[in-house]
Write a protein that binds this ligand. Structure first.
Ligand SMILES: [Zn+2]
Length: 438
């Protein structure tokens, strides 16, 4: 690592309750000092006046694609999008080509990523049934084992409770969480004659989520394993998960802010799974999230090409990009006093770090990692997907007005993004392994 230092002068630093005007010196990737006045011949000085400093954001659920799917997104474009969105750490999902279903494939992915990323990247692995492979994946630094109930990523008998219990016991033994896509589609009847997005959303009803969450919570209790429930859409799911030990929940900006009535107009641009819910369900999810019932907000950044997306509902791959819209949308809520900044920091920094064992992240204090985001709370903007760093240049949020924007993103002690531009070198980001780094 080259010797470098950054001094951010006269910035309002988040102190868990509010802001304190101070200066931050970052050296060799870590926060060296925080004090009102720091005089140092730093290589790079940033005038922070008028800006707020928050810990770098952590997105625990992104699909960076790359390798066989690099035409949709690659580690460079995906992590450039992350930096532009204020995220200094992202955890990538394993449903790639090839899938991340063995230690050797995980190591290969880490190697490819190490030459291309702009921010810190860690990897989830697929849930596999071989306990030796689970040990090997944990040893190689997998952040979780992802169980995708509707369509397993690696061969896995998802119908079999005992197979899931065995997976959870093996994961608990190596202290690795299981992440789940909790939708049980076994009883879904596809009776609709129309191949439409609304019909498809109707078929994947809230009951699919309730059924899956209940089932997994019961198995989890026996296995005593940590389980992170991805992209929950119902208040009742958040409540159930919060009452159960070792369980954490995740919500996405699209389920918080959009409802299914938009599907008739937006179609493929608003198609993801789980699908958008009714306005009433959305409102209750949002209310419970802002009052602290959810553990994490994640983007579920899921890029596809427009050609792939713009097809009939049954052919259109689910997923929307989210790395560049999540934070401006949430800052807008803070500005409108619909969410407190302390809840936002919990959901986008502190809880993600705690759940996934990123010990020296999500803190602005001496010795912590030099990951931070400088925010201009007053800057007004409009979401424009044509300007995304992501290859996926579409968004269900296109045209949304926002207030509050990322000014500068510092990851690993390097300025990665400033004022609309990526200023770091490709490959300057770090690859993280659970249990070894972070
Ligand atoms: Zn996902």
């Amino acid at each position: 690592m080259e010797d470098r230092s950054i001094l951010v002068r006269d910035v309002d630093i988040w102190n868990e309750k509010g802001f304190t005007r101070s200066s931050i010196l970052i050296e060799k990737g870590r926060i060296k000092r925080i004090a009102r006045r720091i005089n140092d011949d730093a290589v790079e000085t940033i005038n922070g006046s008028g800006l707020k400093a928050l810990p770098g954001l952590i997105d625990v659920h992104v699909h960076l694609r790359d390798m066989g799917l690099a035409y949709k997104e690659d580690f460079a474009t995906g992590t450039a999008a992350a930096a532009a969105g204020g995220f200094t750490t992202v955890l990538d999902m394993p449903n790639t080509i090839p899938p991340t279903d063995s230690a050797s494939r995980l190591i290969e992915k880490q190697k490819v990523a190490s030459h291309k990323t702009y921010v810190n990247v860690g990897f989830h692995a697929a849930a596999v049934s071989d306990s030796h492979e689970i040990d090997a994946l944990a040893a190689a630094g997998a952040f979780s084992l992802k169980l995708y109930l509707p369509k397993p990523i690696a061969p896995f008998d998802v119908e079999n409770d005992e197979a899931i219990e065995k997976l959870m016991r093996a994961a608990a033994r190596v202290n690795t969480p299981v992440t789940v896509h909790a939708e049980d589609l076994s009883a879904t009847e596809n009776t609709s004659l129309r191949d439409g997005f609304e019909e498809l959303a109707e078929a994947r009803s809230p009951i699919s989520e309730t059924r899956a969450v209940d089932r997994l919570l019961t198995i989890q209790k026996k296995a005593r394993c940590k389980v992170h429930y991805c992209h929950l859409t119902l208040r009742s799911s958040l409540a159930r998960v919060s009452l159960s030990g070792r369980s954490t929940s995740e919500v996405t900006p699209h389920h918080l802010l959009l409802s299914k009535k938009l599907l008739s107009g937006l179609g493929w641009k608003a198609w993801m799974v789980p699908p958008l819910r009714s306005e009433e369900t959305r409102r209750s999810l949002l209310r419970s999230t802002v009052t602290g019932l959810a553990s994490v907000i994640a983007s579920d950044h899921a890029p596809h090409t427009i050609t792939e997306k713009d097809q009939s509902a049954s052919k259109s791959p689910p997923g929307v990009p989210g790395l560049e819209t999540t934070f401006p949308l949430m800052l807008t809520m803070v500005n409108r006093q619909q969410m407190s900044l302390s809840v936002l920091v919990k959901l986008l920094c502190q809880n993600p770090a705690r759940i996934f064992g990123l010990k020296s992240k999500a803190q602005l204090r001496k010795g912590a990692d030099g990951d931070l985001v400088l925010v201009d709370m007053k800057k007004e903007s409009r979401i424009d997907s044509s300007k995304f760093f992501s290859k996926a240049k579409f968004s269900p949020f296109d045209g949304f007005k926002t207030k509050g924007a990322v000014h500068t993103t510092v990851a690993g002690g390097r300025v990665v993004y400033r004022d609309g531009e990526i200023v770091a070198r490709e490959g300057s980001g770090a690859v993280l392994q659970r249990g070894f780094s972070g």
